[in-house]
Ligand binder design. Sequence first.
Ligand code: F6P
Length: 359
Amino acid sequence: MKIGVLTGGGDAPGLNAVIRAIVKSSKVKYNCEVLGIEEGFDGLLSPVKVRAMTPWTIRGILPTGGTVLGTTSTINPMEMTKKIDGKEQQVDLSGELKKNVEELGLSGLIVIGGDGTLKIADNLYKLGVPTIGIPKTIDNDIPATDVTFGFQTAVNTATEALDKLHTTAESHHRVIVVEVMGRYVGWIALEAGIAGGADVILIPEIPFQIDQVCKKIVARYEQGSRFSIVVVAEGAKPLGGEMSVIKRSETGYALRLGGIGNKVGEEIGGCTKMDVRVTVLGHIQRGGSPTPYDRILATRFGVAAMDLFAQGRFGEMVCLKGDEICSVPLSEATRGLKFVPADGERVRAAEALGISFGR
Ligand code: F6P
C-alpha cells in the first residue's frame, strides 16, 4: 500500500496531529509508505508536488498549528480556470489528477478537509480515485460527525478573549462586541459565549432584533451592571435582513463573511448611548496549538482513516458519534450543514441564564 495524504481548505488546529497519526500508524500497524501531497489538490496536478513522509520527517508536529503540507482554499480540480486562446475558461482536470495518482503508484488518498474539500473527495471517488475522508473545520458544521477537530481549540481561543475583554469592559463601563468565526453556523459563538459569560449571543440560526439586544443591555445597566459583552457570529443577521458579506468567492464555493460586529456595535451605540467597542477575533481562532481534546480526536481520526484504507473501504469518511469513532459514506457526509438548533438544549440553557439571542 502507498497512501497519498492531503489537506484542503482553511487550516484548523489538529491537522498536523492527523497527519502524524496516519504516518505513524501506517508504519507501526501496516508497514506501508505515505506520500504527502503539498498545497491540497493542486499538488496532484502536473507538475505534482509530493514528498515522502516517515515517522522521522514528521517528528515534533503534534502540538503545532497549521498544516505541514500547506493548504489552499480555492483549488477544485474539476473547476479550474485556465487561459485558452487568450480567454479564461473553466476546465475539468480530474482526469489529469487521476492519471497522476496512478503514476505515483498511490493505492488511494486520505483527504482531510471541510465540506468543500470533502465534496471534491467524494466526486473524485465517484470518478474512480480511491478516497477516504477526514472531517476538519473550526466551524463544526459537518452534520455526519458530532464534532470536528479544531472546533474546541477555536472555542478555547474565543473564550480566553472573552475573559480578557470582560475585565476591560467592566473597568470602562463599556459594551464590547466580539465578532467570531463560524461561517454560516453559530457553534463557536454559542459555545464561547456560554463559556465566556456573554450577555448577548447572536447566531445565524436565530435572526436578531436589535431593539431586543439593546433592551437587554439597558436592563443590565439599570440593575448596576454598567458593561455588557455581546458575541456575534460572523454569519449572524437581523430579522428580515441578510448576512454581512465582504466578498463573494470567485470559485462560487464560499462567501467571505465579516462586518456584522461593527454594524451591531454601531446600532447598540445609537440606541443605548453607551460607549461601545468592537473586537474582531478573525484568524487568531484558526491558529496556534490544538487543545489536548483536538489532538486526541485528530489522532483517533487519523488512525481510523488508516484502518479504513487498509480494509479498502474507500468512499467513506471517519466521524465521531457519541464517544465512538465510526464511518459514513462520503456522499452522506457532505449533505448540508449542521446548524445550531434554535430551540435546542444549549440555546435554552443559555436563555435560562438570561443570555439574550436578540429574539
Ligand atoms: O471555515 C473556516 C473559516 O475560518 C470560517 O470560520 C471563516 O468564515 C472562513 O474560514 C475564513 O476564510 P478565509 O481564511 O479564506 O478568510
